[in-house]
Design a protein. Sequence first.
Length: 495
Amino acid sequence: MTAALAATGLALAIVPALPAPGTGASLTAVANSAWQTDASVLGLAVAKGKAFVGGRFTRVRPPGAAPGTSQTVRTYLAAFNQTTGALDTGFNHTLNNVVWSIVASPDGTKIYVGGDFTRVDGQVRNRIAAFDATTGALLPNIKPSVSYRVKTLAVGGSNLYFGGSFGLVNGVARNRVAAISTINGSLLPWNPNANGDVYAIDAADDNSKVYLGGNFSRIGSTNRWAVASVNNSTGALLPFAAAAAVPLPTSRCVSRVKDIETSGGVVYFANAGDGGGCFDGTWAANIATGSLVWKNNCLGATEAITMVNGWLFKGSHAHSCPGAFSDGTGAHFLLLQNPANGNLGPWFPNTNAGPPTEVGPLVSATGGADLWVGGDFTRVNGVNQQGLTRFTNLGAGAKPLGPILPTLTSPTTGQVRATVQTSLDNDDITLTYRLLRGGTNTVVATTTANSTFWSRPTVTLTDTTAPSGTSQQYRIEVYDGNNAVRGGYATVTVR
């Protein structure tokens, strides 16, 4: 794949220090082999060579297996090999209810799981449990008693922050957000006191601040809609000018923060709105100053964002993005954004949306050079694949769409002009087009052009050495840096 990042009508600034030479998006758009689930995936974390997956499922099955076939029991929690996507048979725990969130410790040695469950392998674990990421063992010292659903988890320093719908932790008032020590599991004094459900939580990389997102309208005694920045030890509300990016609720629009990703000095947010034209996009803020960096106004609820190799990957059901595609292209469930400005990048795989949420991707995670995506989808890139998929930077990437027959004219003696619509490639925007003459496929002209699924201009290539007075055949070859695809022949008489 090529690394060109400019598209017609859409500026795509290059992010500094992009890795993976030869891959425009650092990941290919070709989904790698992965096991499937029989219901939605809601939580994901990657650690110690494994992808830990939680959700509504109670069965998992190999790639390609039809629903209800070749199933293995895994009740709401499973692990898969990060390299192959195969089931990790050594990680097998029985939970009695849904898992909503999973997070790994910074060193990857432990994973923390939150949800609706109250038992793990018959042992009491009221909605939070911890496991050794290497051995898979249930850890004995992390077992707070949380009164109701834990929806989201984050680790900062030695603190495990969590949010959801609860009101008590260990019998102590903690309204919808709390923290415990990852060392001994004790309840911490951190207490933002939200008056509505918390859907997302993340700590700055240095744990200097903690960010909350959800359905609340107040933190403590201060009005604050859907998003907040709070102190890492007390939970006190901090100034956060960028919070104005989320519109205040009205009878026609209610937009909520659904996911948060901190990376370096920037924090990124994903929003989903109820109501026509309500804010569904992503936005970024400077952690040090609290100021807004950019705001992307794509419509179609954004549920998940993950930073991978200098790109911000997002799961949504975007159906309209100002400056790019508008209604009429259909919902696009996986997209890539330049974290410097929020513009769309060269990566266009897709899923569908399935029950019960009919949203598609709901959660994502990375092990550093890959992207795992979970949700309620049942198809990925048009192929049956339920609940879970993954993308890597391995392989040649997606092949360009085969070019159509060119329109040929001979405007002057010894010249042939070929015009053709640009092709499409799911992980490249800039493609090379070659005009081939005759059965020997002699290259007689070359050009490059940009195309996306919402903008496919035409290109013109001219053969200036065509034999006059002869009948000649021409075809188009399109090349993405790794894959070359040729179209069929068209014939013209040269003047």
